[in-house]
Design a protein around this ligand. Structure first.
Ligand code: UDP
Ligand code: MG
Length: 314
């Protein structure tokens, strides 16, 4: 049986040697055959050349080169399209997730689980703010979405062949991977582990991208915000009606001493804000519908270099 270790790479040249060294050690201690499938996501620092040279030395190494930087989700999807193993293990190149745990993932797979996902117990080297936002984000999305999306489960996970095929069949352009893995179903198991700080280099994430990812998750797996917009409209309209009745009665009973300016401006600004929020919510969904409707291909390849062992099998 073959394990494909799938590693998205974007400008990680300083860390690749250490990544390969540790993977090689893990593979040496396992009975299974290994394929190391790297996906170069349009790196500009020579990561692809480095990996091509590695492929000459080690027949287990394969490399997929995307035509430009498409982002990690698409890089992983491209890898899943080309991974040939009986199981696929996803791993970050920055060694935040220890490759030494791979045998434990395989053991859980042998128990009959299709997806074994690493669940972060600790997040060394991450700020209090990031941990808090992440915690609350999962609370919110699990209220909104139809399928439960496990908290603190990143991309460090193992997929069985049928789970890989299931995810591959979903060709949506906006790929909220944690949601897709949950959505396909199949028996899934959490494997708690401690997440380390980056080995070298900088994380490509920042708060703007996290905000984008958060919106992605919610809009891809829930239409509740659209319903909230309707609810918000009904509530404000009812409040405005009651306010109107109050003014009518007050004018009839006490005459009209013309106050009004502060209440007028508050109501106007409030309604304007509510309308803009609702338009924004509709816009988020409309934009995604637009992108999906173009039916563009997910990615293009600049080069495809399967592992040489695999080539001989075919
Ligand atoms: N990555 C990628 N394309 C990108 C950004 C990141 O393939 O556009 C890869 C990166 O090389 C690494 C993994 O995705 O192997 C995780 O990236 P990063 O460490 O920046 O994310 P974080 O761990 O902070 O979530
Ligand atoms: Mg990382």
């Amino acid at each position: 049986m073959t394990v494909t270790v799938l590693i998205p790479v974007y400008n990680e040249v300083d860390g690749l040697a250490e990544c390969y060294r540790r993977l090689d050690a893990v593979a040496g201690n396992c009975a299974e055959n290994f394929e190391f499938l790297f996906v170069d996501d349009g790196s500009s620092d020579g990561s692809a050349q480095w990996l091509l040279e590695l492929r000459q030395r080690d027949a287990r190494v394969g490399l997929i080169e995307l035509s430009r930087n498409f982002g990690k989700e698409i890089a992983v999807s491209a890898g899943l399209d080309h991974a040939s193993g009986d199981v696929v293990m996803l791993l970050d190149a920055d060694l935040q997730d220890p490759p030494e745990l791979i045998p434990e993932f395989i053991a859980a797979w042998r128990e009959g689980y299709d997806i074994v996902y690493g669940q972060r117990l600790s997040r060394e080297g991450e700020t209090w703010l990031k941990i808090q936002t992440s915690h609350w984000y999962y609370r919110v999305i699990n209220v909104l979405s139809d399928v439960p999306i496990p908290a603190d489960a990143g991309d460090f996970r193992l997929l069985s062949r049928r789970a890989v095929e299931a995810v591959r069949a979903l060709r949506e352009k906006h790929r909220y991977m944690a949601g897709l893995y949950a959505w396909i179903g199949f028996p899934q198991k959490a494997l708690p582990y401690h997440r380390h700080p980056r080995h070298t280099g900088q994380s490509k994430w920042n708060y703007l991208r996290l905000w984008g990812l958060a919106l992605e998750g919610i809009t891809s797996f829930s239409t509740v915000p659209l319903k909230l917009a309707t609810l918000l409209g009904v509530v404000t309209a009812s409040a405005a009606f009651l306010y109107g009745v109050y003014f009518l009665l007050r004018t009839l009973l006490f005459g009209n001493p013309v106050p009004g300016y502060p209440s007028l401006i508050v109501v106007m600004l409030f309604l304007g804000g509510v309308q803009l929020i609702c338009l924004g919510i509709i816009g988020e969904y409309l934009g995604r519908t637009y992108v999906e409707s173009k039916q563009r291909q997910l990615y293009y390849l600049r080069g495809l270099h399967p592992s040489r062992e695999r080539q001989h099998d075919d």
